[in-house]
Write a protein that binds this ligand. Structure first.
Ligand code: HEC
Length: 164
């Protein structure tokens, strides 16, 4: 009798192991589905939100460069670069996002002007940057979003001048 139950146990052991494995797999699959759902519904900034951020930094960059505040100009151009990286990371589902690389030559030129503290080069690079923004807007049928060199600082609570 004892021997019989031992055999029965022996027979079922590997089977039950297989059972356990498949229930583990089911549980894991359910967790993955659940996480995927959470990921799909998690908040991701859209292209328009990145553009609004870029708009502010674009304006601040102008007043920083105009005032030869090179440290601030350097900060602002890097904020633009960060937003562009964000577009590629979070808004890659938008076909237009592939075109952000067209800003690279203008950004390089602005960076060079800041590095050399060259106001004339800064002005021409900023014009190139602004024209490239509009070229992309035209290329992706958003030409009605036209940007320009700003007349007044975007916010009144920030100092753009340097006090040497
Ligand atoms: C990839 C091409 C591309 C480039 C390069 C680009 N934009 Fe845009 N921009 C867009 C698209 C697409 C939209 C519309 C986004 C949306 O659907 O909300 C937009 C929208 C905007 C808006 C309107 C935002 C709003 O919600 O009111 C502004 C302002 C803007 N861009 C500024 C800029 C500036 C400044 C630059 C250059 C530094 C720039 N963009 C470069 C594609 C581009």
């Amino acid at each position: 009798m004892r021997l019989k139950s031992f055999y029965i146990l022996f027979l079922f052991l590997p089977l039950c192991e297989a059972c356990d494995n498949s229930s583990n797999t089911n549980q894991l699959e359910a967790r993955i589905d659940n996480l995927q759902q959470k990921l799909d519904h998690s908040y991701k900034p859209g292209l328009g939100e990145f553009m609004s951020e870029i708009q502010v930094h674009h304006a601040k960059l102008w007043f920083a460069g105009k005032n030869e505040n090179w440290k601030l100009a350097d900060f602002e151009i890097h904020e633009i670069i960060e937003s562009l990286d964000g577009i590629q990371q979070y808004a890659s589902a938008r076909e237009e996002s592939k075109k952000v690389v067209m800003l690279t030559p203008a950004i390089d030129s602005v960076n060079k002007a800041i590095e050399k503290k060259d106001t004339a080069l800064f002005r021409s690079s900023f014009v190139l940057l602004t024209n490239t923004c509009n070229n992309c807007h035209t290329a992706v049928n958003y030409e009605f979003n036209m940007v320009k060199i700003p007349d007044t600082p975007p916010l009144s609570n920030q100092v753009f001048k340097t006090f040497k």
